[in-house]
Structures are given as structure tokens and as C-alpha cells.
Design a protein around this ligand. Structure first.
Ligand code: ZN
Length: 330
């Protein structure tokens, strides 16, 4: 066979196997939402009153969302039920499971009851069927169950264990150091706290405010989100199948993403976190919109990166094809 014939046949083969993608680059999913280098989850335990009084308003002012590990049948929570279940949830913070009473678990039956009672209460708040939530082991109380027993109860209740938690003594360590390390290593980390400006194992308000302001100053580098959102992002990202991109013209393409559900630890329907995708686009693009049938389009500016001009946007895997189109300016 001549070289020409080989080349011709390979071109035919490629055009059949690959959807048409020119003039766009190969789409890639970014490590963290929005293209951040690192992810941080702010975590607060025990549903303390000083968290409601001192942490929530400061988080809300800065549009930072956090995880609150609550004990839904403890006095402190019960006496502020409305604030936790309405105000905190409405501000889009996440309530995580910290057992119903913070009284520990001396055997498997107690473990199951403590976790399921708290899950039941959280289900009443969030409604609408099963959802993934975070779980944190209560400290300072008897905990006499095996890792296997815990894992089994957590899995059955769609709970993800918060691990490697960074509690700190502010006299010894500045909590921004956890954020700096996450940026340096490009990883997902946490800053875990109890009282804010009072109560037990407290972080003072100046140190807490410094931490939040540091996160705001580094907003382009750090994705601050509830623990469970970051968990879902990482799982979906790692289970992502090759992204399908099909060019409709020089100014429009279709894109769809999906996950290999065997690589997701819980049922695929529980993963609803959008992943951030980047696609190289022609130099003539300055703004673009992302749309899906029956939905309002979102519009964005094209970014200039060392690799050229890119469209960066976030879409949920397994939700069908999105159309990405250049917006004509002027
Ligand atoms: Zn606790």
C-alpha cells in the first residue's frame, strides 16, 4: 500500500471514530471548582451558640459557605432549632451529621441509633429523598465501635466520613497555615473549629476574622465550600469518562460529560456537583454562553491563559448535552 493510501485510510478511520472537534481544543476537567488550585472546607462542631452569633454572620458577609456538624437532639441545637434549620440552611451552609446526642457509641446498636436519628432529623430539613451528607465522629465520649461497623452504618445512610481534620490551638498555630499548605500542595484540606469567640476549644474572633479574610484574599486560588460539595467534586472528577465535544461551527460546540458510576462510592444519582471544564477556543471569541434546552443560558468572558484563549464553565455530569456558543460583540 502506498503512503498516500495509508494516510487516506487513517483519515477516514479518524473521522469515523472521533466526533468533529476542530477548531476547539481537547476539553479538560479542572482539579477543583472554578479552576482553584486548592479546596478548603471550614468545619464547625457541636452546634454551638457562638457559631450562630459570631461565625455565621461573618461567613455570610463574605459569601463563604461552611459545614456545621450538628447534634440534632442536644439542648443547644434544640433551643436554636429555627436558626439552624431555617437561617443557616437558607444561607446555603451545610448541616452535617455529628450524631443525635454527642454521647458516643458503646456498641453497634447505639452507633446505628445515634447516626440514624441525626440523619432522620437532617432528612426532615432537606427533604426530597436521599442525599449525600458529611459525618464527623464526636470526640470526648465513649467510641467503642470498629472502623468496619462505622463504615457500614455510614454507607447505609449515605454519609461520608470527614477525616484528617485540622483542629488547632490558636496560641500555637495560625489557622491560615492550613490554607497556605493546601495552596502549596494543590490539595483539599479543612480548618475545623468549635466555639468562635467563646464556649469551648474556642477560636478568638480576631483570629477567625483573619482566617476568613485570608480566604477571601485568595479567592481565585482556593475553593471554599462545604465538605460534601468538595467530596462530590473529587469523586466525579476522578470517575469522569472521556468528555464528548462536537463542533457545530467555528462559533459553537456541543459538550456532554458523564461519570463511570462503578467508580462512584454511592449511587450516581446522589452526585449533583457541577465540574469545571476548560476548552481552548479561537482568538476571535471574547464572550460565550452555555445553554441547555429549557434553561436560561449563562454567559462568561473568555480567559487568556498561557495556552491561549479558553472558555471555562461548569456543568453537571450525566445531564445531557450543553451548547457553548460565542457571543457576537457589537
Ligand atoms: Zn463534637
Amino acid at each position: 500500500m502506498t503512503g498516500f493510501a495509508v494516510a487516506f485510510i487513517s483519515m477516514l478511520t479518524i473521522s469515523h471514530a472521533e466526533p468533529y472537534s476542530a477548531p476547539f481544543g481537547t476539553p479538560k476537567v479542572l482539579k477543583f471548582f472554578g479552576g482553584a488550585k486548592a479546596a478548603i472546607s471550614l468545619q464547625f462542631d457541636d452546634a454551638m451558640t457562638t457559631q450562630l452569633a459570631n461565625a455565621i454572620p461573618r461567613l455570610n458577609e463574605r459569601k463563604l459557605r461552611a459545614t456545621f456538624f450538628v447534634n440534632t437532639e442536644n439542648g443547644q441545637y434544640v433551643s436554636h432549632r429555627k436558626e439552624w434549620e431555617v437561617d443557616v440552611v437558607r444561607a446555603r451552609h451545610d448541616l452535617g451529621n455529628h450524631t443525635a446526642h454527642h454521647s458516643g457509641a458503646k456498641n453497634e446498636a447505639e452507633l446505628t441509633k445515634e447516626i440514624e436519628d441525626c440523619s432522620y432529623d437532617l432528612g426532615r430539613i432537606y427533604g426530597k429523598g436521599p442525599r449525600l451528607a458529611s459525618f464527623a465522629i464526636p470526640g470526648g465520649c465513649p467510641w467503642k465501635v470498629t472502623d468496619a461497623q462505622l463504615e457500614s452504618v455510614l454507607h447505609k445512610n449515605n454519609l461520608v466520613l470527614a477525616s484528617n481534620r485540622n483542629f488547632f490551638d490558636e496560641k500555637k498555630i495560625d489557622p491560615t497555615s492550613f490554607v497556605q499548605r493546601a495552596i502549596l500542595t494543590g490539595s483539599w484540606s479543612n480548618v475545623s473549629m468549635h466555639g468562635i469567640g467563646g464556649e469551648w476549644l474556642s477560636t478568638s474572633i480576631p483570629v477567625f476574622t483573619k482566617l476568613l479574610d485570608y480566604l477571601v484574599a485568595n479567592r481565585d486560588k482556593v475553593w471554599v465550600a462545604p465538605d460534601i460539595d468538595i467530596y462530590k467534586y473529587c469523586q466525579e472528577r476522578d470517575a469522569l469518562q472521556p468528555i464528548h465535544l462536537h463542533a457545530l461551527s467555528d462559533s459553537k460546540f456541543e459538550i456532554s460529560t458523564s461519570c463511570d458510576s462503578t467508580k462512584l462510592a454511592f449511587g450516581p444519582q446522589l452526585y449533583d456537583q457541577a465540574l469545571t471544564v476548560e476548552v481552548k477556543v479561537p482568538n476571535s471569541w471574547t464572550r460565550f454562553e452555555v445553554s441547555r434546552p429549557g434553561r436560561l443560558a449563562d454567559s462568561y468572558s473568555v480567559l487568556t491563559t498561557p495556552e491561549g484563549r479558553v472558555a471555562r464553565f461548569s456543568i453537571r455530569p450525566g445531564t445531557g448535552a450543553f451548547t457553548v456558543g460565542k457571543i457576537s460583540v457589537g
